[in-house]
Design a protein around this ligand. Structure first.
Ligand code: EPU
Length: 417
């Protein structure tokens, strides 16, 4: 079994260059099939979620060429086969094949998607959106077929500002006849990046980044070059690590505006930050005070940083409250933080960090991607050695995490035990 071994207490200084955003690229890769020409995506992170989607493309007979940080995708010979349970359940973002294949071929068959077990994660809003565009959804247990004779633009109100549903409806609507309006759309930066990509391919999308997105259907999309935005969650994870053990730790190649909810909380507890145009330098502060966070849709505090931030709160004097409003099951890291010495009480979707306690390394498990990130951060500040197992979760979303952390002075190694 592969584990991460971390010897805590090392000071981190130097520069960490942030990779392309996972939650953007996992939509861009399926979206690339909407054209029949070469689509080049740059700044693609080398993470296992990217690999899984490229394998799914190859299964669909799509040509995928990888060169350094770029992917060149050509879907001119795509065969619209059923996406098997294997490809569907490898990751959450396989569901973007639903919108893309439905948009282009008016038919898709796939299984309920996989991904981290952080909640029930229904796809009812995606399906409701497809139905509004004129598709019929049939399901047999876990298998869904979504098909239409013709897709027609519609007004779609999302009951929840869902990232996945917003993207999937955009993908399905780019070839629909007429105008689609998504109300209460998600506003995450990744949505803007994906809409820009589709527009680069010839789509007509306006309003991405606001709660009303308008898509005017077109007849054809063409190839394009596109760059993935920096990963704000990867950047935020390393900023939190820097707040714990950083000395002039530079988090580089980022869009600081995407991290404002985090940086204002870091400043509030007492971390020292220097915010530049495309970087943030973080220094560990001397005395951290407790604070409260509540996860919200963008631009609120991101749920994907709640888990690593909870680790930081174990080092803040006083009682802190963490309210998780997006996912029902996102405190699986807490028992392991407690095993390391934290004093935390969980009631439903709220965790109370009761006081600051030193953390001590021990054997822990990454139950999901960001739980794993929370434990890596904990291992960096803990005394002694932390061993994290189930690290495949972490490798799904953090490119070269070992190399990046080692490069700034951490003692972290991958071991086979
Ligand atoms: N929801 C529904 N019905 C739907 C869709 C969503 O009830 O049809 C609910 C969800 O159960 C959840 C809320 O709406 O309670 C928000 O879900 P959303 O659809 O926005 O999440 P997602 O698209 O499945 C993406 C990211 C997640 C991130 C969330 C929120 C990807 C592949 N995943 O998930 O990232 O937490 O948005 O920002 O983009 C991660 O990177 O660790 C991760 C889990």
């Amino acid at each position: 079994m592969k584990v991460l071994e971390i010897t805590g207490g090392q000071t981190l200084s130097g520069t960490i260059r942030i990779s392309g955003a996972k939650n953007s690229v996992v939509a861009l890769i399926p979206a690339a099939i909407l054209a029949d020409e070469d689509v080049t995506i740059c700044n693609v992170p080398e993470i296992t979620d990217t690999d899984a989607l490229c394998e799914a493309l190859e299964y669909l007979n799509v040509s995928v060429k990888r060169a350094s940080e770029s992917l060149v995708i050509n879907a001119s010979k795509l065969q619209n086969k059923e996406i098997t349970i294997h490809y569907s359940q490898k990751l959450r973002a396989s569901y973007y094949f639903m919108g893309a294949l439905l948009g282009k071929y008016k038919k898709v068959t796939m299984y309920f998607p996989g991904g981290c077990a952080i909640g029930k994660r229904p796809i009812n809003l995606h399906l409701k959106g497809f139905e509004s565009l004129g598709a019929t959804v049939t399901s047999d247990d876990n298998k869904y077929t979504v098909a239409a004779d013709e897709l027609k633009g519609a007004n779609i109100y999302l009951d929840i500002a869902s990232v996945g549903a917003t993207v999937n409806i955009m993908l399905a609507a780019v070839y629909a006849k007429g105008k689609t309006v998504i109300e209460n759309a998600a506003k995450e930066p990744e949505i803007v990046n994906i809409a820009t990509f589709l527009n680069n391919m010839g789509a007509k999308i306006t309003g991405a980044g606001t709660s009303t997105i308008t898509i005017v259907g077109v007849d054809k999309l063409h190839g394009c070059f596109h760059e993935v935005i920096p990963d704000r969650i990867e950047a935020g994870t390393y900023l939190i690590a820097g707040a714990l053990v950083g000395k002039y730790l530079k988090i580089d190649n980022i869009i600081p505006e995407h991290l404002e909810s985090l940086t204002s909380k870091l400043e509030e507890i007492g971390a020292e930050l220097e915010i530049g145009a495309d970087y943030i330098i973080v220094n560990k502060g001397n005395h951290y005070k407790a604070t409260n966070i509540k996860t919200l849709v963008y631009p609120g505090f991101p749920t994907d940083l709640q888990q690593p931030f909870t680790t930081l709160l174990t080092q803040c004097k006083g009682k802190s409250k963490v309210e998780e409003t997006i996912w029902e099951n996102r405190f699986m890291h807490v028992p392991y933080l407690e095993k390391m010495g934290a004093d935390i009480e969980v009631r439903d979707t709220t965790a109370i960090v009761l006081r600051n306690t030193p953390l001590v390394g021990c054997r822990v498990t990454a139950t999901d991607l960001r739980a794993g990130a929370a434990l890596v951060v904990a291992g960096l500040v803990a005394s002694g050695t932390t061993i994290i197992d189930n690290i495949d979760h972490i490798l799904r979303g953090y490119e070269q995490i070992i190399e990046k952390l080692t490069g700034v002075g951490a003692k972290i190694t991958l071991k086979e035990i």
